[in-house]
Unconditional design. Structure first.
Length: 483
């Protein structure tokens, strides 16, 4: 009561908070817009609300009102007295310190909509907020018997001001996202992008994480870029076991045992299998439609047509790229073909991907190893480090690099590891898609200081030796050296 026991005992929550504060807030929420912003116009609209309040009487008081007093208890590890032991409170006082009201407003707009007012002293949480709960949907598309959270608009008044919107949600059914508590020891089978992203996320949440990979983690990515990511993953506490083929999984009442081909045994509380996925075409009866398929994948030509030329296939079922953005790209091709009659071939050399670790790894086109294999010593490899970029230095993100593979003046691949790699890779996606030369990237003006300057700097690093080795440039340099 903070020394106000004598005063509060004569008023209580109804006369104090409800009458002086909560009804004011109720009016502001329920009133119609005033004709202008003057106090008289606002007051008139508030009065209309108050005059429309349904009466709480002996017939509905049990379902419309709850009054109570707080007892002794702990709040933030501090013992609080019961109300009757507060100074100034009368012996055997029946004054309420908590009240909850169900208010009905009998007017055209709010008829049938309940307003709930609650206030109390010595509550576990001290806050003031308005919660507007919207009507339930008439049909649950997620299935009968599955209760959904209601939609709510929350106006926070104290201690923090703000607006929060809670939309109808269904608890995710994807394994790993509907856990109610943090895994103590998480074993992840599979060191691909999904496995490593989950490993870092759960490790940073506080779980002990072990990744078991039959070969090498992130084996499709540039090894130099992967090595930088591995350093951060190990710093986060992730244990990485490469060349560890899982041969058996056992489970008892309280633990999971994973055994690998070298005889190692790993014990965990939870298991996440991220060993890749295959498309499910078993029940499509493709043979009846004369659609050829092999190993759960549908065979398509460069126009994304199947063996039945009236049927197209896109997405994961085509096997090559299991990315959302590649499926979107394929969809754009068949729309132009099926609707507008345009014959457009699918190209794959410019499809990028990003592994969302910290630091991110992004790739488009050929990796360094692939470029050397295809073009031999005719390919140029150009690399610029994050530590040489002022924005990266200022944001304390100096780890990473931009590497570009160039053949005959045009980029044929790019690898980026570091902060916002997934954003920085996009200019190289554009370059590969449109067969731009490195001179086009070099001529671009990047605002300073930005990470985007790294891309321009790579182009300049490629062009600098070419310019300096030019015979005319050499002659001009020698000429000016004479003066």
């Amino acid at each position: 009561m903070e020394g106000r026991g004598d005063y509060y005992d004569k008023t209580g929550a109804l006369k104090d908070m409800v009458q002086n504060h909560l009804l004011q807030i109720l009016c502001l929420v329920a009133m119609e817009p005033p004709t202008d912003i003057t106090s008289e116009s606002v007051r008139d609209e508030k009065l209309k609300v108050l005059k429309s309040l349904a009466l709480i009487d002996k017939n509905n008081i049990n379902s419309s009102c709850i009054r109570g007093q707080h007892s002794e208890g702990l709040i933030d590890n501090t013992l609080k007295k019961r109300y009757l032991d507060e100074g100034g409170v009368g012996k055997g006082s029946a004054t309420e310190t908590f009240v909850a009201l169900k208010i009905m407003i009998d007017n055209w707009r709010w008829a049938g909509v309940p307003f709930y007012l609650r206030t109390g002293k010595n509550m576990a949480k001290k806050c003031s907020e308005i919660v507007i709960e919207f009507k339930s949907i008439p049909h649950n598309i997620f299935g009968k018997g599955k209760k959904l959270n209601t939609n709510q608009l929350i106006l926070k008044l104290q201690p923090d001001e703000g607006i929060q919107l809670k939309l109808m949600t269904k608890e995710p059914s994807v394994s790993g996202f509907n856990l109610k508590e943090l895994p103590k020891n998480l074993i992840i089978i599979g060191g691909g992008p999904i496995g490593m992203e989950m490993a870092q996320a759960y490790s940073r949440l506080g779980a002990n994480v072990t990744v078991l990979e039959a070969k090498n983690i992130l084996e499709k990515d540039d090894p130099e870029a992967v090595s930088i990511a591995i350093m951060q993953l190990k710093s986060d506490g992730v244990q990485i076991k490469e060349n560890s083929l899982v041969i058996n999984i056992e489970k008892d009442s309280d633990s999971i045992k994973v055994i690998t081909s070298d005889g190692s045994i790993y014990n965990g509380s939870h298991l996440l299998i991220a060993a890749g996925r295959k498309s499910n075409i078993k029940y499509l009866d493709l043979d009846k439609a004369n659609v050829h398929h092999l190993d759960q994948n549908i065979k398509v030509d460069s126009y994304l047509k199947t063996s039945n030329k009236r049927i197209y296939a896109i997405g994961d079922v085509t096997a090559k790229w299991q990315f959302t953005h590649s499926a979107e790209y394929q969809a754009s091709i068949i729309i132009k073909s099926a609707i507008f009659g345009l014959k457009i071939k699918q190209k794959t050399h410019h499809i990028p991907w990003t592994t969302y670790l910290d630091p991110e790894i992004a790739q488009v086109g050929l990796t360094e190893a692939q470029a050397h294999k295809e073009y031999g010593n005719k390919v140029s490899i150009v690399k610029v480090n994050y530590r040489d970029n002022d924005r990266a230095i200022a944001e304390l993100e100096p780890i990473g690099f931009v590497k570009v593979m160039v053949f005959k003046g045009r980029p044929v691949g790019a690898t980026i590891v570091g902060k916002q790699a997934g954003e920085l890779i996009q200019i190289w996606c554009l370059a590969l898609s449109n067969k731009l030369k490195m001179t086009a990237i070099s001529s671009m003006i990047s605002p300073y200081p930005t990470l985007g300057e790294l891309n321009k700097r790579v182009a300049n690093a490629y062009l600098a030796p070419i310019v300096l080795n030019n015979i005319l440039i050499k002659w001009i340099v020698r000429f000016f050296k004479k003066f």
